[in-house]
Design a binder for this molecule. Structure first.
Ligand code: B12
Length: 293
């Protein structure tokens, strides 16, 4: 459920008069809800959508509960990625949140932010760790900071409609990587899916139970580490077999090298979150085409 703001808060954040905000609500320029008492309330994602659309400036982002320096820096993806690595290694959550929200407000897709800034920063952190320039604690803290930042970004996305298609996903048993699956959920949310990550290190048997219970339209697996490829291949292929035709299976992750992929059944293999966004939109376009206009 998105956080609701008053017209006073929005006016302060945009440095405009409250009567202007009220007028924009009543004219439908900003999506607003009305309380039983007739008071206007505005969801945070709708304020940000208005800021993006109107080019209004976010003068006081902290009035919306956002980091105070958000919206003041228009940075390129490359510069944002460089700043992200330094902020992550320094353990600075606020700076990481600000970089991500600024990119989001400058119209970068969530998939692009995940691929070009967050994953790229972890590749660099991994290299620095490998040559002794970064400590394990810095890598782990960076993971916690990015998980926190992804959850924060989730609050900036409009809630998907109840009728939106459902997607579920996770990282399999023995795989302790949580970022890939968390990113997949957010990218699908950004594309108006109801999407939930079940987390990391889940046995295929319980993933089967989740599919049986929730009947998702799309199921993803993020595989970064597989201790026993043969066991994974046989258990996973059995899962695909049981639900193929009902569920679209999307795979991703460094552990799925070409040799292993050849042994697996799936609807799509993705090297990036951009691929997931493209596949998910194709799947939905297929729906819309199929459904009576
Ligand atoms: C953080 C990290 C960890 C953390 C993860 C913590 C957490 N909460 O997630 C922990 C501590 C668990 C960890 C453990 C290990 N790690 Co580690 N780890 C990393 C690190 C630094 C970042 C990985 C990461 O999460 N990146 C962010 C994700 C999102 O990016 P990504 O994996 O590239 O994914 C992108 C695409 O593949 C794709 N994608 C991925 N998944 C999915 C899923 C879907 C559905 C889709 C559509 C797309 C998609 O989109 C993503 C975004 O672009 C990497 C360094 C690096 N170069 O990446 C080392 C690294 C992967 N680790 C490594 C190793 C060896 C290990 C261990 C085996 C060490 C050990 N001996 O114990 C263990 C294995 C633990 C286990 N059983 O899982 C090596 C792997 C070497 C190799 N050849 O594969 C690396 C490269 C470090 C190094 N430089 O050597 N690690």
């Amino acid at each position: 459920m998105n956080r609701l703001l008053t017209t006073k808060q929005v006016a302060r954040a945009l440095d405009v008069s409250e009567s202007s905000v009220k007028r924009w609500c009543d004219k439908g320029v900003i999506a607003a809800q009305y309380t039983a008492g007739g008071h206007r309330r505005i969801a945070l994602p709708d304020v940000l959508a208005f800021v993006k659309r109107s080019k209004c400036e976010l003068v006081q982002p902290d009035a919306l509960g956002l980091p105070s320096r958000v919206g003041h820096a228009k940075s390129s993806l490359h510069r944002a990625q460089e700043a992200m690595v330094e902020a992550l290694l320094a353990g600075r959550l606020g700076a990481c949140q600000q970089i991500v929200i600024d990119l989001f407000l400058s119209e970068h897709r969530v998939a692009t932010i995940c691929d070009a800034v967050l994953a790229a920063s972890f590749h660099e952190i991994g290299e620095r760790w490998a040559c002794g320039e970064a400590e394990i604690f810095q890598e782990r803290l960076a993971c916690e900071i990015v998980l926190n930042t992804l959850h924060g970004l989730e609050n900036l996305l409009p809630s998907p409609p109840d009728a939106a298609p459902l997607a579920l996903g996770a990282a399999p048993e023995g795989d302790q990587y949580s970022l890939g699956t968390a990113m997949a959920a957010l990218v699908l949310r950004d594309n108006r899916w109801r999407a939930t990550s079940l987390g990391d290190n889940l046995p295929i048997a319980t993933l089967r139970a989740a599919i049986l219970r929730h009947r998702p339209k799309l199921f993803w697996l993020s595989c970064s580490h597989l201790a026993d490829e043969d066991r994974f291949a046989s258990e996973y292929n059995a899962l695909f077999e049981e639900f193929s035709g009902q569920v679209a299976f999307v795979l991703g992750g460094r552990a799925l090298h070409p040799g292993l992929r050849k042994r697996l059944h799936y609807s799509a293999f993705c090297d990036s979150m951009q691929h997931l966004e493209d596949f998910a939109n194709t799947l939905r376009a297929g729906d819309q085409e199929g459904s009576p206009s």
